[in-house]
Ligand binder design. Structure first.
Ligand SMILES: Nc1ccn([C@@H]2O[C@H](COP(=O)(O)OP(=O)(O)OP(=O)(O)O)[C@@H](O)[C@H]2O)c(=O)n1
Length: 410
């Protein structure tokens, strides 16, 4: 039997990137042979084994044929006759369809190395369309490497989307790939790729709708609502923001997609209008509560967070309470950070100061520093405690606001 290193490890080595996982293909062997050498079977659907010592993945060379709709409808054929070329042919992109022998020689029957050098994402064979997840995979590789899609692959992607195959993807699969793409270096390129193929209109129509929706040029020199969101998202990625923050930034302006075109470029009330849309998207994708809650808060509160200088002390405290800032300081910090990406994710405004971030954190700390226990002890009646704590926090917040506004702090 012959063993070849394949897939992402070969690609990343050629790119000079650190290699995380090594995957191997075994040609000319049967499952029994690997089992007798101590390999552990792991694949339920595929003939995949773990090496007895390194625990790296070894898969028997296989071909796959589509037998039905969706991700699971495959007939797998693995036997010692399947060649390396056949195994590589079932893979998604040429840059992922290279192999390396034990002698270190590159085996590249589909021109992956040339495409790597040219920065091209090109499908290996028409069988690409058999797995709709690949629309998302390609988009996240675009976000990772900044590569272009080969023209013939772009046509294929559009056909795949038009065929309705994306509808068969379960929410978990969509989110798994989408979240990985959001964590890449330039997540905007994933969104652009998904837009070009028409996939964004299927998996996230609420975001797709923002493209072509204008905003006032005075506050948004980039004008287009979708372009603004992408600028803010890339800024969040540049600064290494968490997945929750990137997701919240991506969704913060969904309400602008609901504005009556007669009112453009203004979007009065888009924050409140956007919240149910954000909630519905998060539910459809079956996201954990933490991701949904931060996205809802950023959507609802971003304008007020920007406008700190205009808010009364009681409104500031109300916002802190709405965001549960006293009990959830880390989430509050993420909320304010996401708002900064919104403020700076605008053409020509990336460098503008956003003193609101430090000021809100100072206000939140002041509200937290109030000793609720001591305030409660000083109350004669238990029913007076909530109001007394509220009043004490209001006093603390007012003092900080006064200092910030006189220029003494913040
Ligand atoms: N839907 C898929 C998933 C995987 N593959 C193939 O299986 C290999 C391994 O897949 P995976 O580990 O998911 O991806 P990597 O390419 O290693 O990328 P990453 O760096 O994101 O892990 C890929 O290189 C590709 O050849 C594929 O063709 N189609």
């Amino acid at each position: 039997m012959q063993v070849y290193r394949v897939g992402g490890a070969v690609r990343d080595r050629l790119l000079g990137l650190p290699v995380k996982d090594h995957d191997y293909v075994v040609v000319g062997a049967r499952a029994e042979e690997l089992l007798s050498r101590g390999f552990q079977p792991v694949g339920r659907d595929f003939p995949v084994f773990l090496h007895p010592v390194s625990h790296e993945e070894y898969a028997l060379a296989r071909t796959e044929r589509k037998s039905g709709s969706g991700y699971t409808g495959f007939v797998v054929h693995a036997d010692p006759e399947v060649t390396l070329e056949q195994d590589l042919a079932r893979r998604d992109l040429t840059i992922n369809a290279m192999a390396e022998g034990a002698d270190g020689l590159l085996l590249d029957p589909y021109g992956g190395e040339a495409d790597l050098r040219a920065g091209l994402l090109r499908h290996v064979s028409p069988a690409f369309v058999e797995d709709p997840v690949r629309v998302l995979r390609l988009a996240r590789f675009a976000a990772r490497f900044g590569f272009q899609t080969a023209p013939e692959t772009a046509v294929l992607l559009q056909q795949l989307v038009q065929s309705g195959e994306l509808d068969h993807l379960v929410a978990e699969r969509v989110w798994q790939e989408f979240a990985k793409g959001l964590m890449e270096a330039r997540p905007s390129l994933m969104i652009r790729s998904l837009r070009e193929s028409g996939a964004l209109a299927v998996i996230l129509p609420e975001l797709d709708r923002l493209f072509g929706v204008p905003q006032p040029p005075l506050h948004h020199p980039e004008v287009d609502s979708g372009e603004h969101v992408l600028l803010a998202l890339d800024l969040a990625a540049e600064e290494g923001a968490s997945l929750a923050v990137r997701w919240a930034v991506l969704l913060h302006d969904l309400g602008k997609g609901l504005t009556d075109p007669a009112d453009w470029p203004r979007h009065h009330g888009h924050e409140q209008a956007g919240v149910p849309v954000v909630s519905a998207v998060c539910e459809r994708l079956k996201l954990p509560a933490a991701l949904r809650e931060l996205a809802e808060l950023v959507c609802l509160l971003h304008l007020q967070i920007h406008r700190l200088a205009e808010l009364r002390p009681s409104t500031v405290l109300k916002l802190l309470e709405r965001a549960d800032a006293v009990r959830r300081p880390d989430r509050f910090a993420e909320l304010v950070q996401a708002c900064r990406f919104d403020a700076q994710g605008r053409t020509g405004l990336q460098q503008r100061a956003y003193p609101q971030q430090a000021q809100w954190l100072e206000l939140q700390q002041a509200a937290r520093a109030v000793d609720a226990g001591a305030v409660a002890k000083a109350c004669a009646k238990p029913q007076a405690i909530p109001q007394a704590v509220h009043d004490a926090r209001l006093q603390a917040v007012s003092a900080i606001l006064a200092a910030q506004r006189s220029g003494a702090t913040g």
